[in-house]
Write a protein that binds this ligand. Structure first.
Ligand SMILES: Cc1cc2nc3c(=O)[nH]c(=O)nc-3n(C[C@H](O)[C@H](O)[C@H](O)COP(=O)(O)OP(=O)(O)OC[C@H]3O[C@@H](n4cnc5c(N)ncnc54)[C@H](O)[C@@H]3O)c2cc1C
Length: 308
């Protein structure tokens, strides 16, 4: 497999966290059995995977998006592709890895079971050029923050909060209110200047698709399961589910026994495990027993799963 460039990839040997009390503590990933973590520049990482797939014979179509899908009578997929390679393409098996927008999932007949919906406001500010990444996690009454250095001298700062807090505190101008809220943090603000180059907002559903595979199709990554980033599940699950979805495709194309059902059950089990772990993690922060964000996290961990 190709190498991710050292220029844009940094080792993150551990995590500083202010969670559960006001002190900043350090946890080493090596000591808790997880080994080293890496901070990767996403477009580079994706590029490396695409290059490796191409080397192994996969045809890569860049800067193209699937606009429409249709199934022909013999079960083949007809994909209307827009962008640089506009036109009709045919496929025997379809894997939807279109992320949390799940552009194609609903059209495949899958539905979502969801148990939470958070928002992340993500700012980028100038930081120092460094050799090792520092990752800081900080809980506050309105939600939690993280800040992480990227290799190119940029600090990414993210605030994860709930719909109600988001509406109350960030409705007027993301950039202004984000800058104001960063100042209320104790440790995250030490990592960045108060001038952000960009500030964006993303909704983060917590959900899984059911079923996650069927005849002629499978879902992978966020399209199959989307998680609260406190779980750090995202990229790891995207990689393992990508491999799982490929095995479902291989079995079907080669006429072996279908793996769709067992893949679907693995996705569901991953979500169940994630829900329990997430509840345990939030339960370790009890400083604000009546703050809305933390009350809702507590209720959710006791919780119900609803249709999205
Ligand atoms: C604030 C925040 C912090 C996070 N922190 C972490 C973390 O620390 N660690 C971690 O592991 N995960 C983290 N995650 C989660 C992680 O980002 C996702 O789980 C991961 O990106 C999922 O990968 P994916 O490839 O499934 O989807 P995406 O990364 O969303 O990629 C989907 C791709 O599909 C393309 N696409 C969409 N529609 C179409 C279409 N119609 N045709 C063609 N292409 C299409 C998109 O352009 C995109 O390139 C975080 C998420 C958020 C929001």
């Amino acid at each position: 497999m190709g190498q991710v460039s050292r220029r844009t990839t940094l080792e993150a040997p551990g995590l500083y966290f202010a969670w559960g009390d006001g002190d900043l503590r350090h946890a080493s990933f090596a000591l808790d059995g997880q080994g080293t973590s890496w901070v990767v520049e996403r477009s580079q990482f994706d590029g490396m995977l695409a290059t490796e797939a191409a080397r192994r014979g996969v045809e890569i179509v860049r800067e193209a998006n699937v606009r429409e899908i249709k199934r022909t009578d013999d079960g083949t997929w007809a994909l209307m592709v827009g962008g640089s390679h506009e036109g009709l393409r045919m496929a025997r098996f379809l894997i939807d890895a279109s992320g949390s927008r799940s552009a194609i999932t609903r059209r495949l007949g899958a539905r979502f079971e969801s148990d939470d919906q958070l928002y992340a406001i993500v700012g980028r500010a100038r930081g120092k050029r460094i050799r090792q990444s520092t990752f800081v996690l900080e809980a506050t009454p309105l939600g939690w923050w993280y800040a992480v250095n990227l290799a190119e001298g940029v600090v990414v700062v993210a605030f994860v909060t709930d719909r109600i807090e988001f509406a109350e505190h960030l409705s007027v101008s993301y950039a202004d209110s984000f800058t104001r809220l960063v100042k209320d943090t104790v440790y995250v603000r030490e990592m960045c200047s108060d001038r952000f180059l960009t500030v964006n907002c993303r909704s983060i559903p917590s959900r899984f698709a059911t079923p996650a595979a069927g005849v002629g199709w499978a879902l992978a990554g966020d399209a199959a399961l989307c998680a609260d980033p406190i779980s750090s599940l995202g990229i790891g699950f995207a990689l393992t589910s990508g491999a799982g979805a490929a095995r479902v495709a291989e079995a079907e194309i080669k006429g072996f026994e279908s793996l769709a059902e067992s893949y679907d059950s693995q996705v569901r089990k991953t979500f169940e495990r994630y829900s329990v772990d997430r509840g345990l993690r939030y339960a370790t922060e009890s400083r604000w027993p009546s703050a809305g964000f933390w009350v809702r996290r507590r209720l959710q961990s006791q919780g119900s799963t609803g249709e999205a």
